[in-house]
Design a protein around this ligand. Structure first.
Ligand code: FA5
Length: 348
């Protein structure tokens, strides 16, 4: 059997491609050369009929030719589209810039951004600095240095979206420190540690930011959420300061008439820990976790825990937005439904 002449096939194909002037002609060309029953597919299928010694070279050549023709087709299609677009575009001279323009709809801030900014304003008035931190975080900051060691059950409190895979345990050194892993921060609390690394008391700071949890959603839970972390460290700070600050914030932000409830809660990085809920109709909505900064964290920051004490809190911004605007289901915020979002036009 005669060997196929790849050069001849290529020159025919390129000639026909150059002649194909519109989309149907290009489609025919593709079917003829590259289609399931096309010339190149038939050639590749027929390789087994060729002498053994010729198969590798012809097979390789045919595959290369197939790729080259596919690329040539893509290029020709793009060329044609460009030409079409240019033909349709009005000439630049036909735009009259002196004609009166109709107002163009503008973008607007998202209700969660509006809420976050308004909360920051209240904190600034109360004497807090505002800083931000990384959303991609090391597990050492998100967990270990917040007293949540690897294999501690408290890690289950925050279902995590990991970036780095877990490294397999080295059988030769089972007690070796595993390598740090990156994750999407599950809360803004790692910024307590980062801030303490770089600042001395008196500290009074809030940290707004997005957090991520590998978590089922419901009317009060999203897998992407915004928190505002707070950290206050100074001499003579005690639990009443925590309670007074949070109550004052809630009443300044949402109005004086609200009913709040403090209850004990557990977070490994505070002692004692608390949560604050607000009455909403016939239910309570949990707004934040808080507590007195654990003395070990103060000590690890190089400060004397006998002299310095402090409190921390982590607020759910979407929960505050729900109360502020009367939104019953948190999932409304991130569905990108313009009919919902446009209601916040002009709202602050
Ligand atoms: C924390 O994330 C702690 N870091 C808070 C903290 C900071 C405690 C400092 C002590 C000291 P928790 O997982 O409970 O805790 O989240 C805090 C707040 O974030 C909740 O009260 C709630 O308002 C909000 N929140 C938590 N999970 C979600 C979620 N899936 N969707 C929406 N909001 C959430």
């Amino acid at each position: 059997m005669a060997l196929p002449d790849l050069a001849a096939i290529e020159s025919d194909a390129r000639r026909d491609l150059a002649a194909a002037a519109d989309a149907p002609a290009l489609d025919d060309w593709r079917t003829r050369y590259l289609g399931r029953k096309g010339i190149l597919t038939a050639l590749l299928r027929g390789l087994s009929d060729l002498p053994q010694a010729d198969r590798p070279a012809i097979g390789q050549g045919a595959n290369q030719l197939k790729r080259a023709l596919e690329a040539a087709l893509t290029e020709r299609q793009q060329e044609r589209r460009r030409a079409e677009t240019e033909a349709q575009a009005p000439a630049a001279t036909s735009i009259d810039v002196t004609l009166p323009a109709r107002p163009h709809p503008q973008g607007q801030l998202h209700p969660v951004t509006l809420t976050r900014r308004a909360m920051e304003r209240v904190f600034r008035e109360m004497g807090f600095d505002v800083v931000e931190g990384p959303e991609v975080e090391w597990d050492t900051y998100n967990f270990d240095r917040l007293r949540v060691p690897r294999d501690h059950p408290a890690r289950d409190m925050w279902d995590t979206i990991w970036i780095d895979p877990e490294s397999p345990e080295d059988p030769a050194a089972p007690l070796a420190q595993p390598a740090p892993r990156r994750l999407l921060r599950t809360h803004t609390s790692p910024m307590q540690i980062r801030y303490l690394e770089a600042h001395q008391p008196p500290i009074r700071v809030v940290v707004p930011g997005t957090c991520y949890r590998y978590e089922a959603t419901d009317a009060a839970h999203e897998w992407m959420l915004t928190q505002i972390e707070g950290l206050v460290i100074d001499e003579n700070i005690s639990f009443p300061h925590l309670k007074g600050t949070l109550e004052s914030f809630v009443h300044r932000f949402l109005g004086p008439g609200l009913e709040t409830r403090f209850r004990c809660d557990y977070f490994p990085f505070v002692e004692p820990g608390a949560e604050l809920s607000i009455r909403w109709g016939d239910r309570w909505l949990e707004m934040l976790g808080a507590g007195m900064v654990h003395p070990e964290i103060i000590e690890a920051a190089g400060l004397d825990p006998e002299r310095y004490t402090g409190f921390a809190f982590g607020m759910g911004v979407e929960r505050f937005a729900m109360l502020r605007y009367g939104i019953e289901d948190i999932r409304n915020f991130y569905q990108n439904d313009l009919r919902f979002l446009q209601q916040f036009r002009g709202v602050s």
